[in-house]
Ligand binder design. Sequence first.
Ligand SMILES: CC(=O)N[C@H]1[C@@H](OP(=O)(O)OP(=O)(O)OC[C@H]2O[C@@H](n3ccc(=O)[nH]c3=O)[C@H](O)[C@@H]2O)O[C@H](CO)[C@@H](O)[C@@H]1O
Ligand SMILES: C=C(OP(=O)(O)O)C(=O)O
Length: 435
Amino acid sequence: MGTFEIKGGLKLSGDIHPQGAKNEALQILCAILLTPEEVVVHNVPSILDVNKLIDLLQSMGVEVNKLSDSSYSFKATQVDINYLRTDEFRVKAASLRGSIMVVGPLLARFGKGFVPRPGGDKIGRRRLDTHFLGFQRLGASFDFSIAENYYAVEASNLHGCNMLLDEASVTGTANILMAAVMAKGVTTMYNAACEPYVQQLCKLLNRMGAKITGIGSNLLTIEGVTELHGAVHTILPDMIEIGSFIGMAAMTQSEITIKNVSYDDLGIIPYSFERMGIKMERRGDDIYIPAQDGYTIDTFIDGSILTIADAPWPGLTPDLLSVFLVVATQARGSVLIHQKMFESRLFFVDKLIDMGAQIILCDPHRATVIGQGNRVKLRATVMTSPDIRAGVALLIAAMSAEGTSIIHNIEQIDRGYERIDERLNKLGAQIRRIQ
Ligand SMILES: CC(=O)N[C@H]1[C@@H](OP(=O)(O)OP(=O)(O)OC[C@H]2O[C@@H](n3ccc(=O)[nH]c3=O)[C@H](O)[C@@H]2O)O[C@H](CO)[C@@H](O)[C@@H]1O
Ligand SMILES: C=C(OP(=O)(O)O)C(=O)O
């Protein structure tokens, strides 16, 4: 179990470049299985989950070449489908959420796909019904072995259909889309997720020869083609990392510039931080955050307490609510954080309460934060990161606290944040990897 030691109370300054987006990378890397030709991907983040997926693809027979620190070429000319039945695949695939998205492309190209229950954060129930209901609508047969914890789909032919997803699942939309691009006829997918991750996947698939329209909306139309070819793709900056840096700057009263953020793809994220009272400026494609003594949480028009809640895109991503929560502890004013999608993502507030924050966990989905401004500094403590985003929220808390904190289980943070200690230390943080 890795550990960070963090000296709190230091201000950061300078420029930081966001990494490529984790959740987009996981979709794009699975899409390379759709063609025997070469796909080149730029801005691939070097984070645990992505590196694990690259390793998994390699084990399946994909030719992988590292072209630079963040560029790779992939060629899935030979794919060993039998490898998917091995114990090695089972162990590797079960360690990350993104592995579920190999099923759609394999079903489209080879007529079958298997996967164990995927890993990812333990943040509540994470059902996969949307994925498999979608594959079934395209004509696949489905089998789930409870004993083996294995999902399997098979189809000699996939055919287009009109489908209404039971929920706007992000990985579900990507998975079904990758199966539908080579189905016979036209598929319409309504209630599709439309996060920038999915938009980027659609754009790559179209460059590979697919015919997808409705990109960016919740109604995708996919005209099936018989084959896809090679292409080049560049992953967008990670909007969750950008949001984490905004929160970090405000909490540590730092002046930083987040470079090349692809502002127009950030949706409601900047506005949501502005409602927390955080000042920031768009400068070209950068976000400049001035050092600020304090920030005051807005209220609704009628004066009632602000709610920050997640919603499917273009609503606010659930992956930033832990950051909003920690940022609120040092604000002036109060806010209700409502995590609607996941039921086990707010329990980390206990750690913040230990550090002196005023928070009432109303139920597993809702926490009220009474911001104390800078009057009461958080106190350093020893904690364990329960999931990726709580991990980064605790890191932000530790960076703003008085004294030296310890965070265990930082593999959770490394899952999604590239060399976070080194990059923040360059801005003046003191984060030491002690194990
Ligand atoms: C690898 C990856 O890309 N992971 C992301 C992906 O996970 P993932 O694709 O696994 O998440 P889903 O979009 O399927 O759904 C997440 C949860 O939200 C619930 N739900 C979903 C849609 C909806 O309209 N209403 C609703 O309540 C689901 O029941 C589920 O409990 O999307 C999540 C939701 O943005 C993010 O937290 C994850 O970081
Ligand atoms: C929940 C997340 O990731 P995953 O779906 O990979 O568990 C996340 O990125 O916040």
